[in-house]
Ligand binder design. Structure first.
Ligand code: GDP
Ligand code: MN
Length: 420
């Protein structure tokens, strides 16, 4: 799967066909742009986000060292505390990444064990230390967008906790779903009926209604794609409280929020990081044809054409409008560092981007870096003639030109197939 390696598992995402599964052909088109702008929060950030909407969460501190973990527990001033691995993947509890500590020594012991732990390929670098809660019952609650229904999907279950995956798979009726028209929103009466349908303990009803209304507000006003609480707990004292937080924000809305701290901790894969440093829009996929195109629209069409002729894209790299030689060289460097790439398809339709600049960039890149995979170019639009003339003397079996997008896609896919 193309994005599962660092996205949080969520039954909510899975319910709307946006989970850690292979994307369906029909969804492959929309996924890259969505992925490119998602902000996945760590639990401690999700709780900070929740708290700003008044959702009850436990007091705690994020730390990066064992000594700081102990100091944080002492500052919290009350045991037991929970030592929680901060990684963007579910199932931390089952993996041993969540431990209760009754005193400072136990905090030290757990922090030592959990820092550096590998949880499903995610190395723990941050711990969240929070005051432990007494749990009477564990529920599950989430909101996410159901694109096909054009509505928000709310899911609520009385059987939350670490077994939610099994509940979703084996006993889906235990999850009460509602679809909310964004225009109507969620009112208190509907939330109350929903809580009753999910058969939560009556003692939790008022608290759950309150949290769900706040969670819906956080999800909509906060511009989230996903807000999930598992477990949402009922305490023996009757309060309803978020014990975990899984939040994905819609990066397209970042202009109206103060999200720079969340953006700073985004986990990118190495290819994405390298591209980001060069100011390029890059999305890693898991096929074998590297794609460079100018403009998001053309890049997505290129993905489609490569799929259509039986190939699979290794990435999605948009060099944008007005890309010059330097940008093109940088893009080729990034793609060249991806060992999965078997051929490179450069698809340029010049507008603001001029053909001779692109051509110069390719020639420059070939001089700078040893490109391993064969390159196929389709160059059209502004100054395409000039660009082709520049490339002509450099053509070889490692650098081919094709007249149309379809021809170029076929050639790139054939080359990728024969190389693997
Ligand atoms: P996840 O496994 O990654 O989803 O991590 P969670 O934060 O959901 O924690 C997993 C489980 O640890 C929860 O379902 C609880 O059963 C348990 N747990 C977490 N925090 C506390 C706490 O404050 N008190 C108690 N008693 N158990 C907790
Ligand atoms: Mn959880």
């Amino acid at each position: 799967m193309w994005d599962g390696h660092h996205h949080p598992f969520s039954i909510a995402r899975r319910a709307v066909g946006n989970g850690p599964m292979a994307p369906s052909p029909s969804s492959s088109r929309g996924e890259p742009s969505r992925k490119a702008t998602r902000l996945d929060l760590f639990e401690y950030q999700g709780k900070q986000f929740f708290a700003s909407y008044d959702i009850p969460v436990s007091k705690g501190e994020a730390v990066t060292t064992v000594d700081d973990a102990v100091a944080a527990a002492e500052r919290i001033g009350q045991y037991p505390v929970v030592v929680k691995a901060q990684v963007q993947v579910g199932g931390r509890g089952k993996a041993g990444g969540i431990k209760l500590a009754d005193n400072a020594d136990e905090v030290r012991e757990h922090a030592t064990n959990i820092l550096g732990m590998d949880i499903k390929g995610h190395v723990v670098k941050v711990l969240w230390i929070e005051v432990a809660s007494d749990i009477a019952e564990e529920y599950y609650a989430s909101f996410t967008l159901d694109r096909s229904a054009k509505k928000h999907l709310g899911m609520l279950s009385a059987e939350g906790g670490v077994e939610i995956e099994a509940v979703a798979a084996e006993n889906p009726d235990a999850i009460a779903k509602i679809w909310i028209d964004p225009v109507d929103g969620l009112d208190e009466a509907t939330a109350r009926e929903w809580v009753k349908a999910a058969k939560l303990n009556p003692a939790a009803e008022d608290g759950a209604v309150d949290v769900l209304l706040k969670l819906y507000r956080a999800y909509t006003e906060g511009d989230a794609d996903l807000t999930e609480i598992n477990p949402l707990i009922l305490k023996p004292t009757g309060e309803v409280h978020a014990l975990d937080a899984k939040v994905t924000l819609d990066g397209n809305a970042s202009f109206r929020h103060e999200w720079s701290e969340f953006e700073a901790t985004q986990v990118r894969d190495e290819r994405e990081q390298a591209a980001h440093e060069k100011g390029l829009q890059y999305v890693g996929l898991d096929g074998s044809v590297g794609i460079i195109a100018n403009g998001a629209g053309l890049a997505m069409s290129t993905l489609d054409v490569v799929n259509q002729v039986g190939g699979s894209p290794a990435n999605f790299l948009d060099i944008g409008g007005g890309a010059n030689a330097d940008v093109m060289a940088g893009a080729l460097e990034v793609i060249n560092n991806d060992p999965a790439v078997r051929s490179i398809f450069i698809n340029i339709f010049g507008g603001i981007t001029r053909g001779e600049e692109v051509a110069n960039g390719i020639v420059e890149a070939l001089r700078r870096v040893d490109i391993d995979a064969p390159i196929v170019i389709r160059l059209d639009g502004t100054n395409a003639e000039e660009g082709r003339a520049i490339l002509e003397p450099h053509l070889s079996d490692k650098l081919q030109m094709q007249p149309t997008m379809l021809d170029a896609a076929r050639t790139a896919v054939q080359l990728a197939a024969s190389a693997s």
